[in-house]
Design a protein around this ligand. Structure first.
Ligand SMILES: Cc1cc2nc3c(=O)[nH]c(=O)nc-3n(C[C@H](O)[C@H](O)[C@H](O)COP(=O)(O)OP(=O)(O)OC[C@H]3O[C@@H](n4cnc5c(N)ncnc54)[C@H](O)[C@@H]3O)c2cc1C
Length: 252
């Protein structure tokens, strides 16, 4: 059987970069030519046009839009080449290469199930894309987002999510703080979830973020009755790049 061709690398231009928390930057990329077609929740591979920066995966943080613009939420990882480049070094007007889309962290809009999304840090990216898509469709089914941050300054787009909640009776947004006091809920997602959404037997559940966050949330949602076939996870694990290592004989 012939192998499927790898998705083409599409040139994009950085049109904005803003620090949205002390460690997370939001970037907006505009297609230089063809726009990428993707489903809400999917991710792309990103690198520089000279192939000097390791290729890394980033979830698209907006629902598909007619301009083809992509937004990314990137956490700066200590010692990480690509995340540092994206959060600190790229400038407006710089070129980046984007390929994809990839991933199965996608919803079936016709399923008719209530949706619960759990996100930590830049794990909000694919969740924001799914939520924005639901809002564009008028939130046909109950849609709840629980976002976990350490302190208030880690909360991204609270006003956007609260605005969607005010406009759509079936949309709910909860933030929880893990290292600061404040109005409830306060504590890690597995601790606060039973009070927020006690029965998940009918829900489609989406969990995105660091591997430890995802693993803890998976245990919590299973305890609340989430069915295996309705659980979707996106772990932002660190990807090995053998072609960039000395053992593999140098750079790409
Ligand atoms: C499907 C998928 C989607 C992803 N989406 C996003 C996204 O939307 N936003 C985003 O910010 N990241 C996302 N990631 C993670 C991203 O692909 C990179 O792994 C991350 O940016 C680090 O790359 P780097 O080149 O900067 O660091 P690397 O050079 O890969 O790593 C440097 C050091 O940091 C460690 N490290 C790497 N990643 C992490 C981490 N997340 N936490 C703690 N330590 C780490 C490594 O083990 C290593 O020691 C996603 C990953 C996957 C697999």
């Amino acid at each position: 059987m012939p192998l499927a061709a790898a998705p083409e690398e599409l040139p994009h231009v950085v049109v904005s970069r803003a620090q949205v928390t002390p460690v997370i930057a939001e970037l907006t990329l505009e297609p230089g030519g063809s726009a990428m077609s993707y489903l809400p929740g999917q991710y792309v591979l990103v690198c520089d046009e000279d192939y000097l920066i390791p290729v890394r995966s980033y979830s698209v943080a907006n629902a598909p839009d007619p301009t083809g613009r992509l937004t990314l939420l990137v956490t700066e990882v200590a010692g990480g080449a690509t995340s540092r480049w994206l959060t600190r070094e790229v400038s407006v007007g710089d070129a980046v290469l984007v390929s994809g889309p990839y991933g199965t962290f996608v919803a079936d809009p016709g399923a008719g199930h209530p949706v619960l999304c759990l996100a930590g840090g830049s794990g909000l990216a694919p969740v924001r894309s799914l939520a924005q898509d639901a809002v564009c469709r008028g939130v046909p089914d109950p849609f709840t987002v629980v976002f976990s941050g350490r302190t208030e300054e880690d909360l991204i787009d609270q006003d956007v999510f609260r605005g969607w909640e005010a406009q759509h009776p079936r949309f709910r947004y909860h933030r929880t703080l893990t290292r600061a006091s404040g109005p409830p809920p306060v504590g890690r997602v597995p601790e606060v979830l039973p009070d927020l959404v006690p029965d998940l037997s009918e829900h489609e559940v989406f969990i995105a973020g660091a591997p430890g966050f995802v693993a803890a949330c998976v245990r919590a949602v299973r305890d609340l009755g989430c069915r295996a076939g309705r659980l979707h996870t996106e772990e932002f694990y660190a990807e090995p790049q053998p072609w960039g290592s000395e053992e593999a004989g140098g750079s790409r």
